[in-house]
Unconditional design. Structure first.
Length: 222
């Protein structure tokens, strides 16, 4: 059974999410909160597997709450799945930096919602194609003029091929697209991405996107 916390300032939205999430019987809502501050407190109290987090809330917003949860060593097994919309590209980027493991649009289909919760609970990322495109756009729009020295240093031990794969990830390509671009098998592309996650100490693919831009490996329009 996957334990889930719901953090959203709308009681009506929380009720709807509870109904959708628990439909198949393998997800149990163990906590709810209407503000980011209350959400962090409930997560510390209940230690759920996954937190479904709204971004815009009073007192403490979803970005701050996500950062507080992901930075707490006692909550290192808790995964945050952020709710977002198409016009919140910059907030997606902020959520990645805060440590979120996935992103959903609020009009997501019920089965996609449940599958995303399962995916994040298993330790994988849940980033749909639309959210990934939004993330790539957000990183591109907010990339600093000069490469970040700390980001560059993290790439120092990568092989040339690993840099090629990271560049493809930074452009928003799927594993199959990476395989086609670099003339690899899909399995080999997946292996490279997994290796990058480990070598760069990234929680998920979305953090690789951010790193690819911050290091200057990928530039807008490239």
């Amino acid at each position: 059974m996957i334990s889930l916390a719901l953090v959203d300032d709308s009681a009506l939205v929380r009720a709807g999410l509870r109904t959708l999430a628990t439909h198949d019987g393998d997800i149990d809502v163990v906590a709810e909160a209407g503000t980011g501050r209350a959400g962090v407190a409930e997560v510390r109290r209940t230690r759920p597997d996954v937190v479904l987090m709204d971004l815009r809330m009073p007192e403490v917003d979803g970005i701050e709450a996500t950062q507080a949860i992901c930075a707490d060593p006692e909550l290192d097994q808790v995964r945050v799945l952020v709710l977002t919309t198409f016009d919140e590209d910059a907030e997606i980027l902020a959520a990645v930096r805060a440590g979120a493991s996935g992103y959903l649009l609020k009009d997501v289909a019920p089965e996609e919602l449940r599958e995303a919760i399962r995916t994040v609970a298993a330790g994988d990322r849940a980033l749909g194609a639309a959210a990934l495109r939004a993330l790539v756009q957000a990183v591109s729009d907010h990339r600093p003029a000069d490469p970040d020295d700390s980001a560059l240093a993290r790439l120092a031990d990568l092989t040339a091929r690993e840099r090629d794969v990271l560049a493809c990830v930074g452009r928003g390509q799927s594993n199959d697209e990476i395989a086609a671009t670099l003339f690899l098998s899909p399995a080999t592309a997946r292996t490279y991405v997994s290796r990058l996650l480990a070598k760069l100490d990234a929680r998920d693919r979305s953090q690789l996107v951010v790193l690819a831009y911050e290091s200057g490996l990928v530039r807008p329009g490239s």
